[in-house]
Write a protein that binds this ligand. Structure first.
Ligand SMILES: NC(=O)c1ccc[n+]([C@@H]2O[C@H](COP(=O)([O-])OP(=O)(O)OC[C@H]3O[C@@H](n4cnc5c(N)ncnc54)[C@H](OP(=O)(O)O)[C@@H]3O)[C@@H](O)[C@H]2O)c1
Length: 314
């Protein structure tokens, strides 16, 4: 009993930390104007998110690319400035749900590539934890916590499907050459638990993996731009010291017992995909290397690319 109560309190604390970002936005607003960039300009949407920030950071550290982050709030713009030394030219405040396509295309003017790290953001309903605790104390079935989305229009159909399509179309009309998307493993499983998050009684509001996959199906049919779609397993913020990449397709990696990957390693794979020109769709997790060299070994990516028979079925 004690362990269960502690677990629920831990979920509550984590949820406050992870999901407590505020949001207020209207029309998108570019901070400053682009000037004198020599490296290739890469638009990172969702740059204020946990993986998006790491993509931004790694691009910022490279001499090949200049990232421009699209964030939803001034708070996230400030974060990019203070933590990643973004200049005003490198920040756009905008909302992919409320912007129109021409506005979104405007963000991508002169860009070589678009990195999509946006996603509907689930927010834990704290009341559901209280309900779970009450059930626990009255010896009833505890059930699962409930979630809402971080904005009234921030549900998966809007963000992960319509919002992504808008970004893809805008990228094409702005002449962007490459799109790299952070999606998720599990898209082949209709009944994956993640599809139940935020789902209303009438069946609307959820299905995050289904909407992501539908957006992917749209992207892979676009002829005007090349793409990489990366499906990570469970994301973590703390890497083990030595780890190597594992790559496959069609959710085969879901069979593995451990199927997590550090967000920074996902970002490294995405940045690497910016350098490619062919279309790639794959799943990734990482594996601990006992006693191995410190860091992330991405060698499996090269091996995977040679195996041309591993193709994602949509
Ligand atoms: N969590 C996992 O274990 C897991 C596993 C596999 C795959 N994934 C997927 O991996 C990706 C990255 O995950 P993450 O946890 O790093 O993401 P995250 O922190 O939730 O970031 C999502 C980003 O999307 C932005 N966003 C949401 N709605 C938007 C809108 N309307 N306009 C503009 N931006 C919007 C958010 O803005 P704010 O910063 O303002 O909130 C946030 O920056 C997601 O696609 C996720 O579904 C997650």
């Amino acid at each position: 009993m004690k362990t269960h109560v502690l677990a629920i309190v831990a979920i509550l604390l984590i949820s406050i930390d992870v999901f407590s970002e505020g949001f207020s936005f209207s029309k998108s607003r570019r901070v400053g104007a682009q000037s004198g960039l020599s490296a290739q300009r890469v638009i990172v949407t969702g740059a204020g998110g946990k993986t998006g920030q790491l993509v931004f950071e790694q691009l910022q550290a490279s001499s090949e690319f200049t990232p421009v982050g699209v964030v939803r709030s001034e708070k996230k713009a400030k974060l990019l400035r203070t933590k990643y030394f973004a200049t005003n030219d490198q920040i756009i405040i905008g909302d992919i749900c409320s912007s129109d396509e021409s506005e979104t295309a405007g963000w991508m003017t002169d860009a070589y590539a678009l990195v999509v790290a946006t996603s509907a953001v689930p927010v834990l309903k704290k009341r559901s934890l209280v309900k779970m605790l009450a059930k626990k104390f009255t010896f009833q079935k505890v059930g699962r916590p409930e979630f809402r989305w971080s904005a009234p229009d921030g549900f998966p159909e809007n963000v992960d499907y319509k919002g992504q399509l808008k970004q893809f179309d805008a990228a094409v009309s702005a002449g962007v050459k490459r799109i790299v998307v952070c999606s998720s493993m599990g898209g082949t499983q209709e009944d994956n638990f993640l599809n139940s998050i935020g789902k209303q009684e009438d069946g609307s509001g959820g299905d995050i993996l289904k909407w992501k996959r539908k957006a992917e199906q749209y992207l892979v049919r676009l002829k005007e731009v090349s793409h990489s779609i990366v499906h990570p397993g469970g994301l973590t913020n703390k890497p083990v010291p030595s780890r190597k990449l594992v790559v496959d397709v069609n959710d085969a990696l879901l069979e593995r017992k451990k199927r997590q990957i550090y967000r920074g390693d996902v970002a490294a794979v995405m940045v690497d995909q910016l350098r490619k020109t062919d279309n790639n769709v794959f799943d990734i997790v990482s594996e601990e290397v006992e006693g191995g060299e410190e860091g992330f070994d991405m060698g499996a990516m090269g091996e995977f690319e040679k195996q041309k028979e591993k193709i994602y079925a949509y």
